[in-house]
Design a protein around this ligand. Structure first.
Ligand code: AVJ
Length: 331
């Protein structure tokens, strides 16, 4: 790990593994995913520079309600959230540009308890920009950024001797299938002291039409976002995917309470992945899963927490009941 102080209030630790791109994880993940019966690719590889830009565009689409709904909750209820959690330190997993986080930091400042912000993100550039902006906006705030893959490096996040609130916003927990979700929440639970808490953003179950429109927008941005993972494989692994030979697909699976996102092969084709020295065949109509986005109800949320040794303390929703922020503590 390298550490470069950029000001007295800012520290940014960069985990060496993330400095030179996706690396060995990508190779193993792609090999495993493309040799399984239902082919699949992990959603974390969507987010290269273009993919991150496309996701930003998604958050502004009329059909994509989660970002606006979560922002509305934060704007309306941050004071109550901070009163319930009483944190001195905010640790944000997947902080990005921290645009929604400001409401929480403002509430912590107003409560007189704002000491430290720990943005944890895979992008060094965004984390540095965010840190620099926030110390300007919140005089006296100490920012200790950690550039890493938080799934891998969760246990390496610095300990603080402060009351900490971990925030995992945006509904990204929805990307985890139930078993890995339980393991991930268990790992977070094991990091929480008795005074610490987890603030989790989750999208909620609602009517199929609304859910499916959010993942298959009329402007086609989500389709471009989805296909971009193929461009990432082309660049990082020397693959020769033809992005025009696949179509975007998103459907709500009501039994599993999740959006299932896929790329469907438009013809019989064979793709060469030079970096893995492998060839992969796709039949016409064959589907490859690229993302799951789980939706929650109050009972399923309580169940998810309970299975991980966490206890739901409070829930806040937007006026339309589309999205939830919930606070949990170790049992
Ligand atoms: C970033 C995982 C919360 O599941 O809604 C948006 C990703 N994929 N449109 C989501 C996503 C397609 C998003 N998360």
């Amino acid at each position: 790990m390298s550490e470069r102080a950029t000001s007295e209030q800012i520290t940014v630790d960069v985990r060496r593994e993330v400095e030179d791109g996706p690396g060995p994880d990508l190779e193993a993940d792609v090999r495993r995913g493309l040799t399984s019966r239902l082919k699949e690719l992990p959603p974390k590889y969507f987010y290269d520079e273009l993919g991150s830009e496309l996701f930003e565009q998604i958050t502004e689409l009329p059909e994509y309600y989660p970002t606006r709904a979560e922002r509305a909750i934060l704007e309306q209820h941050s004071a109550a959230i901070v009163a319930a959690a009483d944190p001195q330190c905010l640790v944000e997993l997947g902080s990005g540009s921290a645009s929604k986080t400001r409401a929480l930091l403002m509430a912590m400042r107003d409560a007189g308890s704002l000491h430290t912000y720990v943005p944890v993100d895979i992008s060094e550039g965004i984390t540095r920009d965010t840190a620099a902006r926030l110390v300007e906006e919140f005089p006296g705030l100490r920012v200790h950024g950690v550039v890493c893959d938080f799934e891998r490096d969760l246990e390496k996040l610095p300990g603080w001797g402060q009351r900490r609130m971990f925030a995992f916003l945006g509904g990204t927990i929805g990307n985890f299938a139930p078993a890995p979700r339980r393991l991930f929440l268990q790992r977070i639970a094991s990091l929480l002291g008795p005074m610490d808490s987890l603030l989790l953003g989750t999208d909620l179950v609602k009517d199929r039409a609304r859910l499916e429109a959010a993942y298959d927008d009329s402007a086609g941005v989500t389709a471009r976002f989805n296909k971009n993972v193929l461009a990432v494989l082309n660049r990082e692994l020397g693959a020769d995917f033809d992005l025009d030979a696949f179509e975007h697909l998103a459907f709500y699976d009501a039994d599993e309470e999740r959006i299932d996102i896929r790329l469907r092969s438009l013809r019989d084709q064979r793709v060469r992945i030079a970096g893995l020295d492998m060839e992969v065949e796709f039949a016409a109509g064959e589907e490859m899963r690229t993302e799951l986005s789980h939706k929650f109800t109050l009972p399923s949320l309580e169940g998810a927490y309970a299975s991980a040794g966490l206890e739901l303390a409070e829930v806040w929703t937007d006026p339309d009941g589309l999205f939830a922020l919930s606070l949990a503590r170790p049992v």
